[in-house]
Design a protein around this ligand. Structure first.
Ligand SMILES: Nc1ncnc2c1ncn2[C@@H]1O[C@H](COP(=O)(O)OP(=O)(O)OP(=O)(O)O)[C@@H](O)[C@H]1O
Length: 348
């Protein structure tokens, strides 16, 4: 098992840099997501790793081997990477086991060895009872599991997945997230997963590369990206939360406590010139009826029922809007006293 290194890779289409000198080191056995909005270049990066696209700048190495550079381009079929796409790309006239066996057939692996590998792959995705069915006799989730089994049957070190759950409904996507985690545990392969769905990336990955306009803005664990985003754009893109104005003398790179937050917001109300921003997650807000140390007065402006909770928007004296969670409804216009227990400082 070897590390995959992307070093300053770029892709330029018609003069536009859709991937811009991007570098990434992926350790063997990691589950990594490339996360970003539509058009940010995620699929192009994956296609360059797969060898479907050449790099216009930079290099891709797998261990000591150079796979791509401006001079070298190892063809896709020689990279031995598994691939899973949004469209399952199964052969409709082949049964489940024939579909899974297909890459082995191409590699001229025959007889008992082929049968053994197909049975193992079927076991990993728990489709043993479906081996003789055709794709049109399967659900979307089952078809995607066939595609997964087919991607691993040649025992690749790296499996590339491009939005593999995009065609499935929300409920099925959630159960497939568990399938992917299990699949990762059982194969030990390096998984590189492209998605624009942050909850999917959070649930699955060891590390996430957040991509915008062909560049990586943050490369970190899901926990760090959620709790300590590098930029206001990521804070806004990932998870629910509010971004408020605040005064800080310096940008402290640690979570602020309720006393520090209270001071920073109040100081901004008195002197709205030194601009910093604070990211406040709704679960870090306590709502009280009366004022106490470090509470801020807040007027409820909207209350939405979400089944397991109410989402309440408050307006502070600074005019900032803050989202909080509540167990019960709060009528529009009610004044409450909120304590912001934790916040992450952001530079503008
Ligand atoms: N073959 C091509 N020729 C010209 N432009 C291309 C080509 N392939 C992709 N692009 C452009 O490159 C940019 C990045 O595309 P890419 O498919 O990598 O984005 P993405 O982040 O995967 O988006 P999505 O989530 O919508 O699939 C887009 O602006 C796209 O239009």
């Amino acid at each position: 098992m070897a590390r995959l290194s992307l070093t300053n890779i770029s892709k330029i289409y018609n003069g536009a840099r859709v991937v811009d000198k991007l570098s990434l080191e992926i350790e063997p056995g990691e589950f990594v997501s490339l996360l970003g909005p539509s058009g940010c270049g995620k699929s192009t990066i994956l296609r360059m790793i797969a060898g479907f696209e050449q790099v216009d700048e930079g290099q891709i190495h797998h261990g000591g081997n150079c796979l791509s550079s401006t001079q070298i381009h190892v063809p896709t079929e020689e990279r031995n990477f598994g691939m899973v796409f949004q469209s399952y790309a199964l052969w409709p006239h082949m049964t489940v086991e024939q579909n899974i066996a297909y890459p082995l057939k191409i590699k001229k692996i025959k007889g008992e060895q082929r049968t053994k590998k197909v049975i193992e792959a079927l076991e990993i995705v728990q489709l043993n009872d479906y081996a003789k069915r055709y794709p049109n006799q399967l659900s979307g989730g089952q078809r995607q599991r066939v595609a997964l089994a087919r991607s691993l049957v040649c025992e690749p070190e790296i499996i590339l997945l491009d939005e593999p759950l995009a065609n499935l409904d929300r409920h099925l996507r959630e159960s497939m997230e568990i399938t992917f985690r299990e699949f990762h545990k059982r194969t030990g392969a390096t998984l590189i997963y492209v998605t624009h769905d942050q909850t999917e990336a959070m649930a699955l990955s060891d590390r996430i590369a957040v991509i915008k306009a062909g560049k990586i803005l943050q490369w970190s664990t899901p926990q760090d990206i959620y709790n300590k985003p590098n930029t206001t754009w990521i804070a806004d893109f990932i998870g629910k939360g509010s971004i408020t104005n605040a005064n800080l003398t310096t940008l402290k790179k640690s979570l602020l406590n309720e006393e520090e937050i209270h001071g920073a917001i109040n100081s901004h109300i008195g002197n709205p010139s030194h601009d910093y921003k604070l990211l406040i997650r709704p679960q870090h807000i306590a709502i009280h009826d009366s004022a106490s140390a470090y509470s801020l007065p807040a007027i409820a402006t909207e209350c939405l029922y979400k089944g397991d909770k109410y989402e309440v928007f408050f307006e502070l004296s600074s005019n900032d809007r803050i989202l909080a969670f509540s167990d019960h409804p709060i009528s529009k216009g009610t004044t409450k006293h909120i304590i912001l227990k934790s916040a992450w400082p952001l530079e503008i």
